[in-house]
Design a protein around this ligand. Sequence first.
Ligand SMILES: Cc1ncc(COP(=O)(O)O)c(C=O)c1O
Length: 314
Amino acid sequence: MPVQNYPRVWHNGAFIPWEDARVHVASHVISYASCLFEGIRCYQTPHGPALFRLKEHTQRLMDSCKIYRIALDYSPEQLEQAMVDLVRVNEAPHCYIRPVVLRGYGEVGVNPLNNPVEIYLLAWKWGRYLGEDSLTRGVDVCFSTWQRMAPNTLPAMAKSAANYMNSQLIKMEALTNGYAEAIALDTAGNVSEASGANVFAVRHGKLFTTPLTSAVLPGITRDTVITLAQEMGLAVFEQALPRELFYIADEVFFCGTAAEITPVRSIDRIKIGSGEPGPITRRLQERYLAVVEGRREDHYGWLTFCNQPAAAAR
Ligand SMILES: Cc1ncc(COP(=O)(O)O)c(C=O)c1O
């Protein structure tokens, strides 16, 4: 499906038309994947469009850049304001924002340090990531034959374009074999994450998710789920998890900015629980959607309302 983009793009401090947001094919990013990016959803709320966990996404972008020795010319606050402005100038009632930091046109060798750093903020409309009815009906998935990155190879904590070559292999294998998504293991054989989402298992009323040492992106939705689950009195364990725990779990779900909270109804054709979205997944999903859509009190200051004056935008 073609991208349903909003027309204005923020580039290095100025707004430009979508059509002009281009890079030369000789740019460093093209050959060497020198790109760090983010994905942030802006939801329609009763008080206008609101970005969900803008501060944390901006911080993760800064962290990704730091790992790759990129010093940005903009402070986190300036980038946050630019994203609020992006929503406003596009008059977007809701959108997905893709901040992109890349190494641009200049030298053509591997050394990235002399190439210019460019920042783009793009916005488009994005529905349910794994299919229109995925949140209500759940999805059928598999374990991938591909593993996530070995420690000390490509840093999993950085949201880098290079890591998504691995994600693409995982995703293509899943789709080719008739699954909506796949879960990859880490190089120790423990469960890691899906190609574009973190994963949770529920067993005997307790939640389990994989730790940062299992080559996962430190998901902001994962953190949101942990917080909401604890609020609901559920115990959450972050630990190395074996593949088979997921087969015998009562419930399994994915979480991510794009995937939101998507129930998993089978893995490798093994039914998870009853094969329907389970009660804990449903409760967490309801609470999550109520928070992001501004239908529940924002105890944690997670929403940034875009239609308010700048000083009050958080
Ligand atoms: C590989 C991967 N893991 C996990 C996530 C979930 O991260 P977040 O909840 O911050 O969107 C994503 C989504 O961006 C992802 O691409």
